[in-house]
Write a protein that binds this ligand. Structure first.
Ligand code: SAM
Length: 231
């Protein structure tokens, strides 16, 4: 009974690999992969005690304690060198995902694939990946419980997937170069919803006279213009 979002993330975990789910919270992701017989070894990392205990209790209850180790700690610091082949970081903002990856770079030497699902700020993740010799291999939009989520899968490589894009790279980083290239069927719907949201915020800001409101309004104007052009 994984959500659509977690099921999609799970489908990008390589069978029988050693996987860390950082910020694993409820623990359902690796639990479901293990129950399907597709997990090699799993590690769930959690920085907060509540979710840590929740995940640890659930893994015990399902009798999977031998296969999935639940650890309390910040980001990739819960891992020993060379311990995993894959890292999943899902359901957080792009800035947090990026800072976790950056602080834990040395723990990534054995890692071949990253499965990342930023709730917002996907461009931050894409910028970090390219700057650190990770290649985007797959991007997907997941529509789950009326929310559009972005998922990014990366593997080692420095090949420039942006090439000579018809739209500026900075914009493509926000949209997702592979989503754009593949004309992802949900991309237009997602951008449409974002535009509607921006218009709503813009409308609310129009009442504000503060310098902050003016600045944000100008930012939004630019962003809305780009979205309208690209769509
Ligand atoms: N990954 C799960 C998912 O996608 O359903 C849970 C997402 S939940 C919204 C984010 C989780 O990340 C929380 O349980 C939080 O405690 C954890 N978290 C936040 N910062 C973290 C960090 N630096 N290291 C480990 N876990 C972190």
């Amino acid at each position: 009974h994984l959500s659509e979002r977690l099921a999609q993330i799970a489908s990008w975990i390589l069978p029988q690999s050693r996987v860390a789910d950082i910020g694993g919270d409820h623990g359902w992701l690796l639990l479901a992969v293990a129950q399907k017989g597709l997990l090699g070894q799993g590690i769930i990392g959690e920085v907060n005690r509540g979710p840590f205990e929740n995940a640890a209790g659930r893994i015990q209850a399902y009798g999977l304690g031998q296969q999935i180790d639940v650890r309390l700690g910040d980001g990739l610091s819960v891992l020993r060198d060379g311990e995993v082949d894959q890292v999943v970081i899902a359901g957080m903002g792009g800035a947090l995902i990026t800072s976790i990856l950056d602080a834990g770079k040395s723990k990534l030497t054995s890692v071949k694939r990253l499965v990342l699902q930023p709730n917002i700020g996907g461009h931050r993740v894409r910028q970090w990946l390219v700057a650190n010799q990770w290649k985007l291999v797959h991007e997907e939009i997941i529509y789950d419980a009326e929310i559009y989520y972005e998922m990014i899968v990366a593997e080692r490589g420095s090949e420039d997937i942006y090439g000579n894009p018809p739209i500026p790279r900075l914009i493509l980083e926000r949209i997702g170069p592979l989503l754009w290239q593949n004309r992802d069927p949900l991309l237009l719907a997602k951008m449409q919803e974002e535009l509607t949201q921006m218009k709503k915020v813009y409308g609310q800001l129009s009442k504000g006279q503060s310098k902050q409101a003016t600045l944000r309004r100008e930012e939004l104007e630019k962003e809305m213009e780009i979205w309208e052009q690209v769509m």
